[in-house]
Design a protein around this ligand. Structure first.
Ligand SMILES: [Zn+2]
Length: 118
């Protein structure tokens, strides 16, 4: 019951504006916005592409600590980005921070004036 059936072409056609990307560690497919994009701009070091403005090669990762740690261990990012060398610590820290974040779920606010007091 853990596997999601692959989408058929007709199902995909129903959601034409949701580009799917694959996590370079576990291979899970998700909407591009659900994943973290790491960009490798030419002539620069790999960085987290928060604005998705960075051109160049990109790799996607789940926003989950296990996936991100595994990416470091297996050098999945280096491979996906064709980056030779060690990932900058700044990038690693950024990714770990992202992994620690709970996904921002849009919540419908139901409190009508009566805010809970601490
Ligand atoms: Zn993953």
């Amino acid at each position: 019951m853990s596997r999601v059936a692959p989408r058929t072409a007709s199902q995909r056609a129903a959601f034409p504006h949701v580009p799917q990307r694959k996590c370079c560690v576990c291979g899970t497919k998700a909407a591009a916005l659900e994943l973290v994009r790491v960009a490798f701009p030419k002539g620069a070091e790999p960085c987290v592409d928060t604005d998705r403005k960075n051109a160049g090669r990109g790799a996607y990762l789940c926003r989950s600590a296990p996936c991100i740690e595994r990416a470091f261990e297996r050098k999945s990012l280096e491979r996906a980005l064709k980056f030779k060398g060690n990932l900058p610590n700044e990038l690693k820290n950024q990714l770990r921070e992202i992994a620690g974040q709970t996904r921002t779920v849009p919540q419908t606010k139901t409190n009508s004036g009566a805010a809970s007091r601490e």
